[in-house]
Design a protein around this ligand. Structure first.
Ligand SMILES: [Zn+2]
Length: 235
């Protein structure tokens, strides 16, 4: 198994310096406690609070799983998996472009996959090598920074709703790629308007971007995000 964790920390790319939040670039070093290969999951034993890291071959083996006392708290993709091999290939290569289409157009890994891809290219760092919680932290910090702190609710929002903010990630990606203000669809603009103006009603958002409340409510990302915001407020 490829030891992804043996890499030296890379210098911070200039792209990242232009983002006003501390981007996690490298995954935390964790090795399987059975065989010392790079770990792919970390599990928590609820009764003792102890954490254990395992590779793919060993993570379902420990007896602790039998008791139901054990849960996976985070996971990651290793550097030698198909996704990370394609991410490491030149951006113009067919291998990389096929992955981009799978993630961003076909949405093979859902909104999360598209968010990870867009943030990777925007920051010049492969976000697919990070642990799930590390990427989630980057995603929350990114939304907060890109809305100049307006989307304060993003600190509490559940992760399924966090990734509905994918148009904000796409806009940053397009800005980095073209150097211009990106052209987005009306439904995408609606999501960004909601993130930047979370105190506005649906009527106010509709007026701001020139659409109707009916259209907003048909917009899955917009209405899901609205629901996620309400749930975050109740916490
Ligand atoms: Zn192992």
């Amino acid at each position: 198994m490829l030891a992804v964790d043996s890499q030296e920390p890379r210098p911070i790319p200039p792209f990242v310096q232009s983002f006003h939040f501390p981007v996690i670039l490298q995954p935390e070093n964790l090795f399987c406690e059975v065989c010392q290969a790079a770990a792919r999951v970390e599990v928590l034993v609820a009764s003792t609070g102890a954490k254990h890291a395992y590779c793919d071959d060993h993570y379902d083996a420990p007896a602790t799983f039998v008791s139901g006392d054990c849960r996976i708290v985070r996971s990651r993709l290793l550097a030698n998996c198909a996704v990370n091999r394609a991410m490491a290939a030149p951006e113009s290569s067919e291998e990389h472009q096929r992955l981009r289409r799978d993630l961003c157009e076909t949405r093979h890994l859902g909104e999360l996959g598209a968010c990870r891809y867009y943030l990777s290219i925007s920051t010049g760092s492969n976000q697919f090598t990070l642990w799930s919680d590390e990427f989630e932290r980057n995603a929350r910090e990114f939304v907060l920074a890109e809305t100049s702190g307006a989307a304060e609710f993003v600190k509490q929002i559940e992760s399924w709703a966090l990734y509905l903010a994918v148009p904000l990630f796409k806009a940053a990606y397009l800005k980095v790629r073209t150097g211009e203000m990106p052209r987005l669809s009306r439904p995408e603009e609606a999501v960004i308007a909601l993130l930047r103006h979370p105190d506005c009603s649906d009527e106010q958002i509709a007026e701001r971007i020139g659409t109707t409340v009916k259209q907003l409510r048909r917009n899955g990302n917009y209405s899901g995000l609205r629901t996620g915001m309400k749930r975050a407020e109740l916490q």
